[in-house]
Design a protein around this ligand. Sequence first.
Ligand SMILES: [Fe+2]
Length: 472
Amino acid sequence: MSDIFDYIQPDSLHALIRQYSEVLDIPVSILDEQRKVIFKHPEKSPRAKSERRELRIKDNSIGYISVPSSGRSPGAALDFIEQNLTEILSMGYEIDSLSGEVARNYEEMSLLWQLTSRLGVGLDSDKVCRVLADEAMKICPSRNVSILLLAETPSRVPKTSCIVTTKEDEVPENVPFFLPEVSLGEDAKSASMMALSAAHGLMGEVYKRKEPITICDVAKDERFEGFTFPIKRILVVPLLVEDDVIGAIVAGDKLDGEEFYSTEIRLIMSIATECAVSIKKALLYDEIHDMLFSTAEAFSLAMDAKDPYTYGHSKRVSELAAGIGESMGLPADTIGKVRLAALLHDIGKLGTPEVILGKISNLEPDEMEMMREHAYMGARMIENIKRMREISTWMCHHHEKFDGSGYPSGLKGEQIPLPSRIIALADYYDALTSDRPYRKALTKEDAINEMKAVVGKHFDPAVYEHFLKVTS
Ligand SMILES: [Fe+2]
């Protein structure tokens, strides 16, 4: 319910009534909805029979205008006051709505600004989904908020998922699925097991209509299916990039028990739009990254294949080096690069004659020189790729030793890049635990004992400590 003071300040109304009274030369009163006088002018006008006119703004009754019946043309006076006052009050209403709109826009913009700061410049789809879920949970604190991404093929559907595809529980081919990437709230574990078909049901409708859908009572709505946790109200907002649905935000049951309001839906749609583009970019980046890794893996396999004794060596070194990097708390991005550098660390051996690689007896000095060139040559092979320059440096120094007695540069201690120190240790351990033409593979315990003797000489003691943690 609204009253006249929702639209005008008391002082301004008082001034207006006085002006109407003076211009029309009659007493004028304003009454509230209970017909009680709020203002009148002149204040001490005698009581007399009056005519009233209801004041309405946007279909709301907010009071009455009253003038004496005995005056000159009371109907015309009421017409004049009603029209003039309604216009003034409506203007106040419009200004109020505009300020509301400005406030909402401000809220939306500050939300997007915070979101952009949180997303940063990195390309990590998991991080973006987590930020999106967090922000959606802040806008609508709910029992569950999940971010689902669309998987184009059923092969990506995890085996653990509760697959909901058709009412007959069949798994049709080439039907996209919504798979949870991040789930927050009390039903997070259960929600993370869902795999919802985009072919039908509620998710199918969101996929087809590309618009948010909210259901106030899922028990009465036959589109609702496949959710793995109890729920009464649900909001699904699609993640759209241009015209493609790439996923959805699902929020279930607000904690205050209320329905999902349009202002909240609008805010969630804004952050969804912002994040969808970042997610799409991150997914493309992941795809390129996977392609790069597959290519690097193919190269390392080709190189390992030159020597049957080293088959699979590069991949094992890569896994171990990444494990040590994780244990040392290196950033995910650096660990990815360490993994790649380790995978390619011996790629320079593609240029080493096979007679030298496969020689069982000790190498002659010139042969040793050629063998050692692989570290430098491998780095040269990729240094012209701008994004691989750092990795190329790490590869170049994977035979440096902590005491400075290694090659190709004789770097010492922390002069050796940390990733090179990690790869050097992982490389050495894998060589000891693999069969060689001249000896059988050592057991893990024997290899560790042998390495213990050269910690601080060959290896960085800090890296060695983390290696022990990873292999224990
Ligand atoms: Fe090497």
